[in-house]
Design a protein around this ligand. Structure first.
Ligand code: CP3
Length: 362
């Protein structure tokens, strides 16, 4: 309970038994500050590129067993923070915990990725929230444990998948390259698809509120597949549901800070930022830095956007890429991150190289 005594802690608005809101660097940038050097964390920072992760993963049983074990999930959440001294921890879990908690069958097949029973109109009608809080309780226990172990200056980021991205896996039952099955269902049966999205809005908002109440100080909404949608569909299936989640979460936790990550949308980013009401936007590596600086950073904090392939490659090219990002974005509200998740082949010294460079130690 170290952080509760820290003078930097301020009490959350109202509510008994709520955690104090902390002043970790990521949180401060989302609140309004420009920090130099900028805070840094990495998407998928707890993962297979770390030997200590692989060791815990090997004894956990299935991937979902790991997600639902507060003891092991909190351990792997803390691993990259302890190893690298990052400015934020991100809850170790998965976006597919939500369909699982809605009663769908979810499994992760080694080397192949997620497998779900593909949902149809009948399955969509049958989804319900009964049991959701109980099934996600172990995740909240993980959040609470991690918060108790982190110093007050390290932010704890909770997350969920955006309804569109979660729906793509629920409909196809697996990863696909262009989410053709979900795009087809949305076009052929828009009412049924809307109902699926509405259920996911409700579940995701409840899930994020519970994480914030358990001790997360920031939450991120991953819309990894926003980029496969046409402009009207992006509005309907990505922006509108995300805006509803943001409003619901803020209605329940006034001090919530929310980062959106609509991957692959390029020219849709400004509309996404203006219409969803997020406090920060995470950028993939295809986003031009001058566009991010001129059109987005004046509206919200920006986060990103080193290409995970450039990180994996390393060398002088990695330094140059980090320097370019800092030159364009570090004069405003900025959180250094990758443009998508770190890949398992990434050498650990490359991660150390980036962190030192961002902190101007190399
Ligand atoms: O960032 C972190 O360190 C927190 C943990 C985290 C995981 N998944 C753990 C994970 C987060 C934030 C996610 C989000 C997630 N999960 C997304 C959105 C972000 C993105 O990457 O686009 C998506 C689309 C998923 C769904 C998912 N989970 C897929 C497609 C896969 C298989 C592909 C893969 O990388 O293996 C997963 C599995 C998964 N989730 C792993 C991890 C560490 C690897 C499985 C393992 O270690 O056994």
């Amino acid at each position: 309970m170290k952080q509760k005594e820290d003078s930097l802690s301020v009490l959350a608005s109202g509510g008994q038994g709520r955690r104090p809101i902390l002043t970790g660097a990521v949180r401060r940038v989302l609140d309004s500050e420009r920090l130099s050097p900028p805070p840094i964390w990495l998407m998928r920072q707890a993962g297979r590129y770390l030997p200590e992760y692989r060791a815990v993963r090997a004894k956990a049983g299935s991937f979902l067993d790991l997600c639902f074990s507060p003891e092991l999930a909190s351990e792997v959440t803390l691993q990259p923070v302890e190893r690298f001294g990052l400015d934020a921890a991100i809850l170790f879990s998965d976006i597919l915990v939500v369909p699982h908690a809605l009663g769908r069958r979810v499994a992760f097949v080694e080397g192949e990725g997620p497998r779900l029973d593909p949902i149809d109109a009948t399955g969509i009608v049958a989804l319900d929230m009964a049991g959701f809080a109980e099934r996600t309780a172990p995740v909240m226990e993980t959040v609470s444990r991690v918060r108790d172990s982190l110093g007050p200056r390290v932010s704890l980021i909770g997350f969920c998948g955006a309804p569109w991205t979660v729906a793509t896996y629920m409909v196809a039952g697996k990863s696909t390259s262009d989410q053709f099955p979900a795009r087809t269902l949305a076009a052929a049966s828009p009412a049924a698809f809307q109902q699926l999205i509405d259920t996911l809005v409700e579940a995701s908002a409840a899930y994020l509120v519970a994480q914030l109440r358990a001790g997360a100080d920031v939450v991120q909404i991953f819309d990894s597949w926003a980029g496969v949608l046409g402009p009207d569909e992006f509005q309907r299936w990505s922006i509108a549901p995300t805006a509803r989640i943001v409003a619901l979460v803020r209605g329940a936790v006034r001090a919530a800070r929310i980062i959106g990550f609509p991957k692959g949308v390029q020219f849709g980013l400004e509309r996404y930022v203006r219409e969803t009401g997020v406090d920060g936007v995470s950028l993939d590596w295809t986003v031009p830095l001058d566009m991010a600086r001129d059109r987005l950073q004046s509206l919200v904090a920006v986060q990103g956007n080193l290409d995970p392939a450039v990180l994996a490659a390393g060398g002088a090219g990695l330094d140059q890429a980090v320097d370019r990002i800092l030159a364009e974005l570090a004069n405003g509200r900025f959180i250094f991150n990758l443009g998508h998740g770190i890949v398992p082949e990434t050498p650990i010294p490359h991660v150390e190289q980036v962190i030192a460079r961002v902190r101007r130690q190399a």
